[in-house]
Write a protein that binds this ligand. Structure first.
Ligand SMILES: Cc1ncc(COP(=O)(O)O)c(C=O)c1O
Length: 423
């Protein structure tokens, strides 16, 4: 038994899916202790959009450390935070005509969600919130209450009050208009659902199975929020920071949420950092009302500032869309090649899902991929969707190499299934 099995809690998860000891990483590759390379189609669950150890960011970190820059500062003003805020204002907010206050929350995505829920309830004076089927928002008590997957919810943990779950876009199939249902629920005095403080959503449900809300659906939700005085909170923790091709995932729908949660790739290198963007009229916090010791991770600010420089013009965005199309074509080829296994594939930008008829086969393919040197995860309520989440910076050759491995794994799994199938 190794030290991890002997000492680390049973809560261990990813190290069971990827059972090796990693040592080094560069770009879209990880290397284990034995020097074995792995192509990374997981990218820290969306925390490594710019790949592992992007040189300009690690160089900035080393320089900052050598200068003796402040590392920990709670929410005191520092030069590193100032630079980040100035870049965020000039590179992200102003070109998009967005006016938001920035709250630095504790550094997990879940804490940004906690802050958003608390603030929405304070601003509106209402407790109920609406969340969606298959949504994932983190696992602290408040965030878990609006997370749908039963695996994470346990009867004994908390009372999951003040949340109503509504069907996400497409949840009931292409012929059912879930927006019409939500409209009726909000308008009908006898629907049994209290007027909510907020509607919380991911524009692409990542953990939930790569479910992509249509632009019209998102616009409809934004319209409903406006009509009923409900705050719209977009959880852009996994699919923000360029994952769908634009900096914010909702830009394609032209909506302006009241609050936006960002985390994961905001720091550029995978250092802990989260922010909640707040429409100024909603910024009704009293000083220090939502605190946290690690809100001032200055190393994260330094790297985040470097990461934002990639957004100075449209080049990066166009690069992501181009690679995303390539990824989609590869997956379509695989769907055509393995119709007995695949249901469908879907994606936007550089997040794609490859759905299996049988979740066991999906898990087998992910396991085989690890054996063959490819890190890839499953998602969806039944873990029946392979989630492809390569770094946005991956080069075409490495992407192709990863897809070749995936094809091989599908073939191996298909052959195994044929051998096991009863005649
Ligand atoms: C959409 C979304 N929201 C919130 C979270 C929670 O973030 P964290 O794990 O940092 O608390 C995640 C994490 O995967 C996520 O994907």
């Amino acid at each position: 038994m190794n030290i991890f099995q002997r000492r680390e809690s049973e809560i261990r998860s990813y190290c069971r899916s990827f059972p090796t000891v990693f040592e080094r990483a560069e770009g879209a590759r990880l290397f284990d202790r034995e020097g074995r390379p792995y192509i990374d189609f997981f990218a820290g669950a969306g925390a490594l959009n710019y790949g592992h150890n992007p040189p300009e960011m690690t160089a900035a970190l080393i320089a900052y450390l050598q200068e003796g820059g402040v590392l920990h500062s709670l929410d005191m003003a520092t030069v590193a935070k100032q630079r980040f805020l100035e870049s965020f204002e000039s590179i992200v907010l102003e070109p998009r005509a967005m006016d938001y206050k920035v709250q630095f929350t504790a550094p997990t995505g879940a804490n940004a969600i906690e802050a958003a829920l608390k603030l929405a309830r304070r601003v509106t004076g209402r407790r109920n919130v609406i969340a969606f089927t298959n949504g994932y928002h983190g696992l602290s008590a408040g965030a878990m209450a609006i997370t749908a997957n039963r695996h994470f919810r346990h009867e004994s943990w908390i009372q999951r009050l003040d949340v109503a779950f509504m069907p996400f876009d497409g949840y009931l199939g292409p012929d059912v208009d879930t927006l019409a249902y939500l409209t009726k629920v909000l308008e009908d005095q006898s629907s049994g659902v209290d007027l909510p403080a907020a509607i919380v959503l991911e524009t692409v449900q990542a953990e939930g199975g790569v479910n992509i809300a249509r632009d019209t659906w998102l616009q409809g939700i934004a319209g409903l929020c406006q009509a009923h005085g409900i705050l719209l909170i977009v959880d852009d923790i996994q699919v923000g920071c360029g994952r769908t091709g634009t900096f914010f995932s909702f830009e394609r729908a032209g909506i302006k949420p009241d609050m936006i949660a960002l985390s994961k790739s905001i720091s550029g290198v995978g250092l802990p950092m989260s922010v909640l963007l707040i429409r100024p009229e909603c910024d009704q916090w009293k000083p220090g009302e939502h605190t946290g010791t690690f809100r001032g991770n200055n190393l994260a600010f330094v790297a985040a500032d470097r990461a934002l420089q990639r957004w100075q013009n449209d080049d990066f965005s166009q690069e992501v869309s181009r690679k995303g199309e390539l990824l989609g074509q590869h997956l379509q080829d695989l769907e055509n090649e393995f119709p007995e296994m695949a249901t469908t594939n879907r994606g936007i930008g550089m997040i794609h899902g490859f759905e299996f008829k049988d979740s066991i086969q999906c898990k087998q393919v992910a396991q085989e991929a690890f054996q063959q040197g490819l890190i890839i995860e499953t998602c969806g309520s039944e873990s029946n969707v392979l989630k492809l989440l390569p770094p946005l910076t991956i080069d075409g050759e490495t992407l192709g190499e990863g897809m070749t491995i995936l094809r091989k794994c599908l073939r191996i799994t298909a052959e195994k299934c044929q051998t096991l199938a009863p005649n």
